[in-house]
Design a protein around this ligand. Sequence first.
Ligand code: ADP
Ligand code: ZN
Ligand code: MG
Length: 479
Amino acid sequence: MTRNYYEVIIGLEVHAELSTKTKIFCSCKTAFGGAPNTQTCPICMAMPGTLPVLNEKVVEYAVKAGLATNCKISRDSKNDRKNYFYPDLPKAYQISQFDKPLCYEGYIDIDMPEGKKKIGLTRIHIEEDSGKLNHDDLGGGTLVDLNRAGVPLIEIVSEPDLRSAEEVEQYLRKLKSILEYIEVSDCKMQEGSLRADVNVSVRKKGETKFGTRTEMKNMNSFRSIIRAIEYEAQRQIDVIEDGGQIYQETLRWDDVSGKTFSMREKEDAQDYRYFPDPDLVAIKLSEEYIENIKNSLPELPESRKKRYLEEYKLSEKDAKLITSSKYLSNLFEEASKISGNSKAVNNWIISDISRILNETETEPNEIPFDSKQLAKLVMLIDNGTISSSIGKKVLEELFENPRDPEKIIEEKGWIQISDESAIKEVVNKILEANPQSIADYKAGKDRALGFLVGQAMKETKGKANPQLLNKMFLEQLNN
Ligand code: ADP
Ligand code: ZN
Ligand code: MG
């Protein structure tokens, strides 16, 4: 109940791993999943005497992200050292950006049931990722893997403009889709290439001053982020209602217990002793450079959505869902082009494909089949080879073990029976077995026909052509 007297304030710091081929200050590969320490060199291992050289692609990708999120771009920027000690950070400082981020003062629009809402972006800056600690249960020690050390990141800092877990989810989904569209990050949350620090505070409605915030670090699933915000907001309200006080601290969210735990007192900027990295030169961008990047931006989700309303006559809701992901949207356009039936493709995506994605907690970029295979499925239904109920089974196969739908139905013997004599045989068999239904039908109970058709479908394992079945039952019954 007290929840209604409070307002929840949230601001996010989102880290997105950039999909450059090489690291930010050396030429090591960034590919995910390599054996530990195979993608390292003296620079990213912090050997004394080595010098970093900034990867130009990183600047380009960050500027792209800034332009796609309505940011201003700094013509004059630099790299700073953020000093702290941790075993996954071999230099004992992270090269980041302090007071002159590459991009600043942007925003993105999110769609809420009440309408559009602008979420301000404070800044986007570039920095390097740290290594990874692997706790070795057998040996009892901790092993350091530096493959990720020096992988380029952008940090996207939002204003404290978010007011609920739902808004946070919409914001993250929008941001993720923009980054995917402009191809600067693959945004695979399960691989950690998109993760968020979530800052939460509460205040009584009507108050103008923000409350003290806590910060939950490194969250990488929508579900945990939503749960964590709900939990943490309620925890803070309970503390305040009990006459207690919120301390500014860094928390750890535990998915199993569904609670937050204190990790440490929150550090301030001055704790990091930021200073300009003397090994790197200033980043100066010309108007022409920025203009060229602006011109290279692809069509973004918002304008794709508009185009779908006109070109494909999709509903607002369907267009929003499909364009929310570059992968879904490409799947839609390509499969529509190949099959010539955008309406059917749209239906598959918004109903069965979305349902399976939800049920299996799969992201669209993990869909295992391609647009050709989806188009083939649509065409096989359109030309009567399979019924739409068999189509659903084919789709499940495509998720399980993607291959040519034609092969699937051949292997499984799912080809639709449209042969009149075969259907007639089934119809007669079902009629013989159900004299009561015949009597019911003759007595005016139309439902009996549906029952008979259902029985025939069962008999043929869904393979009978339903129109033909209907027609032949009617012929026999009216005889
Ligand atoms: P840092 O956490 O690195 O010290 P900032 O002071 O820039 O950085 O703030 C980080 C994030 O915290 C921003 O996304 C900002 O919107 C959010 N934030 C700041 N104050 C609050 C608050 N009172 N409640 C919720 N979020 C806040
Ligand atoms: Zn290296
Ligand atoms: Mg922070």
